[in-house]
Design a protein around this ligand. Structure first.
Ligand code: GLU
Length: 473
């Protein structure tokens, strides 16, 4: 059974990088009927907040990424919040110490900082020299007497390590050059990220760890630690970084790329998922637009690229626009209404919105563009060009249209055709001069959806009211 986990720290909003990790794990495991675990890494007590945890779960569900095990749904390997697993970690720490695989280290933080500073000065890697491992009994006693609280460090014994990364291929590490014995429990008793992650991956029987490239250098530590505790290390795959549109690190614009912000802008969850899937993965043919189901079938970790990808908001808009147009009118209205409600932009009657929303399907890319378009429903229109309705020609068009309207029977889009046919022989204006006054009088705007489609939304009465209002300006 394949088991993967997404292990966010609830210290902020989910952003593009995290959600791509979640998505790739999800797509990878779903195709193989495995289990997707959500594990919340909240051991950083100062920065972790319950509202971030709630927020990230809500954002995942909005995207359509559901966990088989984790907070709220439970599972056989819980608890799934690291803050609730402290006794489990302690047991493993004690065992590592009793087996001689880890030790209490009385080197203070000030000393390790000083070692790092010296290494930097001498242009050496800031490797810890393991001095605490060799302290004499007397040294330890004197440090204890000074009130120094120990950390627990894991002993690195076999520093040469090779592994096969599912995305990057063979990678070898020489930990001797990189790190010395590393801390698994801080002086205040908190387990470190490395320890918690390894115990959890081991106990939760995680088979594949797919995570960001920023964790690649942690992986040899994790493999050694897992083995020392008697766990078979999972297979690892490290996803390359995502850069901003100008090639800058994405970390510089995290506010712009949070899932919250994507929701605010009005992307469809599956449009966003489709775009994110393309950040590092390509199906190998020319397809770019995928429904959820298709994405699950097509996604293949072996085709994930190891070079960095660039976040391109224009492409995201394009992908989302394709998904919008693929919706039925009914679904389009439903998604749009949900969006307007969620973003507190619902300013008009829902029944009229239902009728008008599909009219915009072909010319928006995101739902946030609706707010502006829906201004044509306002009682008090803002007229972009009054001249066109106040000129003699314009007034004639509007007045004559008012006279003709009562003679037209209400038959959907034909209202407009019938009106124009009757209008043409009776007014001087032609072409643009005939259509524009009508458009401005009815919508206030120079550009907008086809009048033919708008007329049945307003109905003959609504059109009349708008023409009258324009004439009385
Ligand atoms: N909590 C870690 C992070 O948010 C995840 C670590 C992992 O995936 O192993 O970066």
């Amino acid at each position: 059974m394949i088991r993967v986990r997404f292990a966010p720290s609830p210290t902020g909003f989910l952003h593009l990088g995290n959600i791509r990790t979640a998505l790739f794990n999800y797509l990878f495991v779903k195709r193989q009927n495995g289990k997707f675990i959500l594990r919340v890494e909240d051991t950083d007590r100062e920065r972790s907040k319950p509202e971030f945890r709630q927020g990230l779960m809500e954002d995942m569900l909005w995207m359509g990424i559901r966990w088989d095990e984790g907070p709220e749904v439970g599972g056989d390997f819980g608890p799934y919040l690291q803050s609730e697993r402290l006794p489990i970690y302690q047991k493993h720490i004690d065992k590592l110490i009793s087996e001689g695989k880890a030790y209490y280290c009385y080197v203070t933080e000030e000393e390790t900082e000083e070692l790092k500073r010296l290494a930097k000065l001498e242009r050496r890697p800031p490797r810890f020299d393991n001095r605490g491992r060799y302290f004499s009994k007397e040294e330890i006693e004197s440090r204890k007497a000074r009130g120094i609280k120990p950390t627990v460090r894991f002993k690195i014994e076999n520093p040469q390590l090779k592994m096969h990364d599912l995305i990057r291929g063979d990678v070898s590490f020489n930990l001797d050059e990189m790190v010395g014995d590393f801390v698994i429990q801080r002086a205040d008793g908190q387990p470190t990220f490395h320890l918690a992650v390894c115990i959890d991956d081991g106990l939760m029987q995680v088979t594949h760890v797919i995570r960001g490239e920023d964790h690649l250098s942690n992986t040899p530590k994790h493999i050694l630690l897992l083995r020392a505790m008697g766990f078979e290390p999972p297979q690892y795959g490290h996803l390359s970084l995502i850069h901003g549109p100008g090639g800058e690190p994405l970390s510089k614009r995290l506010g712009d790329v949070s899932v919250k912000e994507f929701r605010r802008k009005g992307y469809l969850p599956h449009g966003l998922a489709n775009y994110i899937a393309l950040l590092g993965w390509a199906p190998g043919d020319n397809r770019e637009i995928f429904k959820w189901e298709e994405l699950m079938q097509a996604f293949d970790l072996a085709r994930v690229n190891k070079s960095a990808s660039i976040y391109d908001p224009h492409k995201l808009d394009w992908v989302n626009g394709e998904h919008l147009r693929a919706l039925s009118d009914e679904d389009f209205s439903r998604f749009a209404l949900t969006y307007l409600k969620e973003q507190k932009l619902l300013k008009h009657d829902e029944s009229i919105l239902h009728k008008i929303l599909p009219i915009f399907k072909d010319n928006i890319e995101r739902f946030d563009q609706l707010a502006d378009r829906l201004e044509i429903l306002n009682e008090n229109l803002h007229y972009e060009s009054k001249d066109l309705i106040q000129s003699e020609e314009g007034r004639e068009v509007c007045k004559t249209a008012l006279e003709i309207l009562p003679t037209i029977t209400d038959v959907g889009e034909a209202i407009y055709e019938n009106l124009i046919q009757a209008l043409k022989p009776r007014v001087k204006a032609k072409g643009k001069h005939l259509f524009m006054p009508l458009r401005i009088a009815i919508t206030g705007k120079v550009h907008g959806p086809e009048l033919k489609r708008l007329f049945p939304v307003f109905g003959i009465e609504g059109v009349k009211k708008r023409l009258e209002r324009a004439l009385n300006l």
